[in-house]
Design a protein around this ligand. Structure first.
Ligand SMILES: [Zn+2]
Length: 1046
């Protein structure tokens, strides 16, 4: 199919230039002329050739200094942060000696490494950080395996994973095809590698389905979305012989780990806010649907000439590729919504990885809201050598011994583990929930603790300067907290406190017995102290009335203030002092640039340079004050969440450090005003509700382990790397995503599969110490073609975005942009040279990477990285934060928004969820070519949605959905779809709410006419079109082709 220009519906639609195919050739006008030399030294984003010295931010291998990740910014590693400021304080978690000899399971005392041996900043002794205390041993510090056999000697005993069924059709699973509201079973089209294209977007139910739910008192399902599983559902389907019990090479697939029925079962109980269920047919691109049995090439490797094939987008959101594992193994695998790898087939060697020129890394959403099996057991079985938790991908040599799938150490099965509480039988360790669920949560036994888990502690730090009062945010905040105060996660120990600040710091004595809150003002901001340390953080249950009184009176208290200064730094120091003894969550609301006392900042943004400058300055912090304070917070288990509400520049690049290194979140509401910006107000209200009531984990740490030979080296997200690979997360929230980069240190020659395990240890708001474990298994492949075939284009894009953010800060924006472009050039070039057997003209990509150039172009046009368009510095920095911190699904919406036509919604192919029918319009390409003046189009860009109304929009839509008589009657500022009692209105609202319900933040909706001031914002998302400063998609392809053919 040829790239084709449709006749423009009208000139008004094309203010910024329509999609204009340029005949192949050198005349790519608007792009800066390609340099005579290829862009050398080519920024090696994502590619870490073994011979290249490690990049500054990712020294690998070997232990890295604790401060090295996240990548060092302009801030030097903590010269001024003394070790004592991290790790003194109350003794944190420590292993107590276990109650008795436990030869094989966790032996905390023995496992605890010499605590601080890896970092000079970590003094040994009682101040040990939670890290090691929980048995998260540091690499190298664990005792050597008792039976250090080389991997190949295990081969006979390896579980019969078998080679990936590359050329063999997978048997269709039993069961009826998916129906609406139900995750469909794996695609049963008999196509080659059909497992790879399993046509479902795994929903929450699938994760839940990973395990038996509430089978008995032994394990129960985590609250919320838990639904009782039918009794007996998990019984009676196990094979007679467990995997790995046989030393034979290949038991029939069905006798491997039993497939959990739930994996393909509908999960319909309870609200499912993030469930995204698609009809099978929706998920197949036409080309995929046309896959034939006769084809000798797997669909992922079908050669696509990008210059000819224009309609690349599947009609529904792109699903995660399914790893090429046996069906039985894959059924046990972790949901891609929780754990995803950029390459679902792991290259055997670093040299193959280098050849592929694709980044290798993991994307995680570890604390996602989901229902999962929870195990209360006195025995948490872990590998004695590498501390890996027992998981579905270990192998049992016999009933009494299991082999670790990460280090291959053979471990004994402890006696307690022989009893299976699910089947209530003895001698079936392989049927335990721990071995049946890739995602599972343990309640840590008390012997893991030295002190009681901390209570939920919430401290609110509120800007009450004149500027803050002017925005009107304070009353929204107070009302929201009043409304949700009973829903704050916690128990009878929950504590709350408040600090307000302008040029001085105000504390609130809320001690029980007072008749009203007492305000205490500290004006010495240079040497901040707590006036009455014991009565500022109070028990919420006991002092609820005083707290409510305070919230009711706060907005009026500062109504008349003329105080314009902001001593944010001192307020944060005070808050830190207040929270230090317990740890907890600090929620900071700030509306202007702090300009007084410690941490005062000056404006660094020059509005005149926003669009013109080739490179963007001031992406790195102006001072390390906020980072250092964040590290102090991290050491005391305090996380800082920042809500920035401002019309002016606030230097988010500097302020954001307070959240970034303390594992907090950043929320940003540009131009927030209670009257002038109702869309922001609604967003703020909704976000606050979610923020106040969502699940929270305290004093958390996360460690990611992987099979020997692989090495994890650079982390992305909000946290502090406490030791080599242990992320310190004073708080963990269900909306946080993480990414890590990996390299292959040793050849994976004899391995058919490798595994990755993320273990998140946290204290629940109810004071339980819990460990959430996710394990993912992936095949190892030796050929470059197979590596390409397993490429997960969205995960690759998400990881590249994280890497590009780092590059923008450590080097320059233009360097990051070049690096992203080169990532596309290099991988397609490598594909052409090394993986393609038949050469043909055109810009060729394997089908699985067909969206890669589009996504790269989308990144170049994204707010974080774009040039030539006026972009506020804070908005750019916020977009960068979001790209690094959001789970992949949401980051992808920011990168490549979804466009839908809404004026012709129908029930055809709709989802039925409960009583509701949710239409499923197809996703359109981001080009004005797809718009029509007769239509109405919704652009969903993650945090914001635009509903664009064409000038000749159908009268029916105007009256039945918008409730107006004509196009001219559409108000200039419209943020809500009116609730009309018409089928059209219901459909439209159902669809928009459904989109919103799937994400943890609230996107505002702008309904705009063609003349609206916001139209340029809408059009900036038309990524495939040319703008004055950026290439069209077709031009970009030509540029890539030109570079590749050099
Ligand atoms: Zn191990």
């Amino acid at each position: 199919m040829q790239a084709k220009v449709l006749a423009p519906p009208g000139p008004a639609l094309y203010p910024s230039g329509p999609y204009q195919p340029v005949p192949p050739g050198p005349q790519v006008g608007s792009y800066p002329p390609a340099p005579a030399q290829p862009l050398l030294p080519r920024p090696q984003i994502g590619i870490l050739p073994s011979h290249t010295p490690p990049q500054s931010a990712s020294p690998s291998p070997g232990p890295r200094p604790a401060q090295a990740t996240p990548p060092a910014q302009a801030t030097p590693p903590p010269p001024a942060v003394t070790s004592t400021s991290y790790y003194t304080g109350p003794p944190a978690w420590q292993y107590a000696a276990p109650r008795g000899p436990a030869p094989n399971h966790v032996n905390p005392a023995a496992a605890a490494p010499p605590l601080m041996s890896h970092s000079s900043t970590q003094p040994p002794g009682p101040g040990a950080p939670p890290t090691s205390i929980h048995g998260f041993t540091q690499p190298g510090s664990a005792p050597p395996p008792m039976n250090p056999l080389p991997p190949h000697t295990y081969q006979p005993n390896r579980p019969a994973y078998g080679p990936p069924p590359t050329m063999k059709p997978t048997a269709p699973p039993a069961g009826p095809p998916g129906t609406t509201g139900t995750p469909p079973p794996p695609k049963a089209d008999g196509g080659f590698r059909s497992a790879r294209f399993q046509s479902e977007v795994l929903g929450i139910g699938d994760v839940a389905g990973n395990g038996p739910q509430a089978p008995n008192s032994y394990n129960h399902v985590d609250n919320r979305m838990a639904g009782a599983a039918p009794p007996g559902r998990h019984l009676g389907h196990y094979p007679s012989l467990p995997p790995g019990y046989q030393n034979t090479s290949a038991p029939p697939p069905s006798s491997l780990h039993p497939a959990l029925q739930a994996a393909t079962q509908p999960y319909t109980q309870g609200p499912q806010p993030y469930q995204q269920v698609r009809l099978k047919s929706d998920l197949l691109s036409p080309s995929m649907a046309a896959m034939s049995l006769q084809s000798s090439t797997p669909e992922a490797l079908r050669v696509v000439n990008l210059l000819q094939e224009r309609n690349l987008l599947p009609p529904a959101p792109v699903p995660a590729p399914t790893p090429c594992l046996t069906q039985d193994l894959q059924k046990l695998n972790c949901s891609p919504e929780v754990f995803r790898c950029t390459l679902t087939s792991i290259p055997q060697t670093q040299s193959v990885l280098n050849k592929a020129k694709l980044p290798l890394g993991l994307l995680l959403h570890p604390f996602k809201d989901l229902s999962l099996p929870v195990v209360t057991s006195s025995t948490i079985v872990r590998c004695r050598s590498c501390r890996t938790y027992i998981n579905p991908f270990v192998s049992f040599l016999d009933q009494r011994r299991w082999k670790c799938n990460l280090c291959y150490r053979v471990n004994d099965v402890p006696e307690e583990f022989m009893y299976n509480p699910v089947s209530r039988s003895y001698g079936e360790p392989h049927k335990r929930p721990e071995v049946q669920n890739a995602t599972i949560e343990f309640i840590a036994p008390s012997e893991y603790m030295l002190r009681p888990p901390q209570p939920a502690v919430y401290l609110f730090v509120l800007d009450v300067s004149h500027n803050a009062v002017e925005t009107g945010y304070l009353s929204v905040f107070c009302q929201s907290l009043l409304d949700n105060i009973s829903a704050l996660p916690g128990d009878s120990r929950t504590k709350v406190g408040f600090i307000t600040f302008d040029s001085t710091i105000h504390f609130y004595n809320l001690q029980e017995g007072l008749s009203q809150p007492q305000m205490l003002i500290v004006s010495d901001i240079e040497d901040i102290f707590l006036p009455t340390p014991d009565s500022l953080l109070v028990n919420l249950n006991e002092c609820k009335e005083l707290v409510q009184d305070l919230l009711k009176s706060l907005p009026n208290l500062f109504e008349k203030t003329m105080e314009t200064q902001s001593a944010l730094g001192s307020a944060l120091q005070a808050a830190f002092k207040l929270l230090s003894p317990t740890g907890g969550r600090m929620s900071v609301f700030q509306t202007q640039l702090p300009n007084l006392g410690v941490g005062a900042l000056q404006s660094r943004e020059d509005p005149n340079q926003r669009a013109s400058a080739k490179d963007v300055q001031h992406l790195s912090p102006a001072t390390d004050f906020y980072k250092k304070l964040a590290l102090d917070c991290s050491g005391q288990q305090v996380a800082v969440d920042l809500f920035l509400l401002s019309a002016q520049y606030c230097d988010l690049a500097t302020l954001g450090c307070i959240s970034r290194y303390s594992a907090g979140s950043v929320y940003y509401y540009p131009s927030y005003h209670h009257q002038h910006n109702p869309a922001q107000v609604e967003r703020f209200q909704r976000d606050l509700k979610r923020y106040l009531t969502r699940k929270i984990g305290f004093e958390a740490v996360m460690r990611i382990r992987c099979t020997k030979g692989l090495s994890i080296h650079t982390f992305h997200g909000n946290f502090f790397v406490r030791s080599t690979d242990l992320l310190s997360l004073p708080n963990v929230n269900p909306d946080a995503g993480f990414a890590v980069q990996m390299s292959i240190e040793e050849n994976l020659d004899d391995m058919q599969v490798v595994s990755f395990q993320a273990a998140l240890l946290y204290t629940s708001s109810k004071g339980e110490r819990r460990i959430r474990v996710h394990t993912m298994c992936l095949p190892v492949v030796s050929s470059l073609s197979d590596v390409f075939a397993g490429a997960d284009v969205q995960a690759i894009t998400g990881l590249l975005a994280c890497m590009a953010v780092d590059r923008s800060v450590t080097s320059s924006l233009s360097d990051a942009r070049d690096a992203m472009t080169n990532a596309a050039i290099d991988s397609l070039s490598s594909y052409r040279q090394s993986a393609l057997t038949i050469q043909q003209p055109g810009l060729l990509a394997p089908a699985c990477l067909r969206l890669f150039p589009l996504y790269i172009l989308a990144l170049l046009k994204q707010k974080a990285f774009r040039t030539g368009t006026s972009t506020r510095l804070d908005e750019r920095v916020f977009a960068m934060y979001q790209l690094k911190y959001q789970p992949l699904a949401f980051a992808m919406l920011m990168i490549h928004p979804a466009l839908y036509r809404l004026d012709d919604l129908s029930d055809e192919g709709a989802l039925n969820i409960g009583e509701q029918t949710i239409p499923q319009p197809r996703v359109l390409q981001l080009s004005v070519e797809k718009l029509s003046r007769e239509g109405a189009f919704l652009l969903d860009a993650g945090l914001v949605m635009y509903l664009w109304i064409g000038r000749n929009c159908h009268q029916n839509f105007l009256s039945q959905v918008l409730g107006v008589s004509s196009y001219a009657a559409v108000p200039e500022k419209l943020y809500l779809l009116p609730e009309l009692d018409t089928a059209e209105s219901q459909r439209t609202r159902a669809f928009v709410s459904w989109l919103r319900d799937q994400r943890p933040f609230f996107p505002s909706l702008h309904i705009i006419r063609d003349e609206s001031q916001l139209k340029p914002h809408f059009l900036q998302n038309m990524i495939e079109d040319r703008t004055e400063s950026a290439l069209s998609y077709y031009e970009f392809l030509l540029h890539l082709q030109q570079q590749i053919s050099k």
